[in-house]
Design a binder for this molecule. Structure first.
Ligand code: IPD
Ligand code: CA
Length: 280
């Protein structure tokens, strides 16, 4: 790793910039989104994958602020894509300007600005800020994870059969059906399920012990970059997807993200494999 890169400093910057974007997200929602039906919003990968003025304006703000505070870094963002491929040792910001856009567009309060920081593909720092509650989740690699300054710890549960597990469903209807079928097969095997609609906050919920585990297939890098580090730094076992087209060494599916309390992670993975996770 580049010795000049300080994870704590990057964590601070990620919090500062995510907070500014969170304020903007609320202002834009009041101005634009609430005034119209979600049916009128533009879409991306499918009819339900909406993009709002908030997504676009927040990402523009994040790019502008990072350009001032970290001019030598590169950015990968959900709306604007990659500005450049990182050089070896160069810092890369992974930006989800609004994670949980469907919640945002419908007036549900569970959405967040998520900023992850990596060097050579290794996570260094990240922040997830919730505009409505003002909660700030953050972490730096090797330094732990915090919610509003309080240290986070994943749950101490050891029985997968009692676990509350969060999951997500893809925008693509065919994949969503396969995911729902897996969920139906798993439904009798764990304590309960949640579908909260914001991957970064699902991962933060694992970090806080609010849920015991989370899995989802087909996320984009910006959905999990910050939250996966926050969960890991809180002691959760985290499995990230490989590079596109890469192998699936553990049978969970090459695109699986899984985060779970250490006492249930192996058991939850076994249950998913036994119930056909590979078909998702
Ligand atoms: C989505 C949310 C959702 C998850 C989807 C993501 P977006 O991100 O995190 O919870 O199930 O897979 O794409 O579109 O709201 O930024
Ligand atoms: Ca997202």
């Amino acid at each position: 790793m580049n010795d000049q890169v300080d994870g704590r400093e990057l964590e601070k910057i990620s919090v500062e910039v995510a907070r500014e974007a969170a304020e903007l997200a609320l202002a834009v929602r009041d101005r634009v989104v609430g005034a119209r039906s979600v049916a009128d919003l533009p879409t991306k990968s499918s009819a339900t994958d909406v993009v709002t003025a908030g997504d676009e304006e927040c990402e523009a703000l994040v790019r502008e602020r990072l350009g001032v505070l970290r001019p030598g870094d590169v950015v990968l963002g959900e709306e604007g894509g990659a500005d450049a491929e990182p050089e070896p040792g160069q810092v890369r910001w992974i930006v989800d300007p609004i994670d949980g856009t469907v919640n945002y567009a419908h007036g549900l309060p569970w959405f967040a600005v998520s900023l992850g920081v990596e060097v050579d593909g290794r996570p260094l720092a990240g922040a997830v800020v919730e505009p409505v509650s003002g909660r700030v989740w953050s972490a730096a690699a090797g330094c732990g994870a915090q919610l509003d300054g309080r240290t986070l710890r994943a749950s101490a549960l050891e029985r997968p059969g009692l676990a509350v597990v969060s999951t997500g469903l893809a925008y693509d209807p065919a994949r969503r059906r396969r995911q729902a079928a897996l969920l139906a097969r798993m439904a009798g095997e764990v304590g309960d399920f949640r579908r909260q609609g914001c991957a970064s906050l699902d991962l933060c919920s694992v970090a806080a012990g609010w849920v015991d585990g989370y899995y989802e297939h087909g996320l984009n890098h910006w959905d999990w970059a910050a939250g996966a580090l926050i969960a890991e730094e809180a002691g959760a076992v985290v499995r990230r997807p490989g590079a596109p087209g890469s192998e699936d060494p553990d049978g969970l599916g090459a695109e699986a993200v899984l985060a779970a309390a250490p006492g249930i992670a192996a058991g939850l993975a076994d249950l998913l494999r036994a119930h056909g996770v590979a078909e998702v």
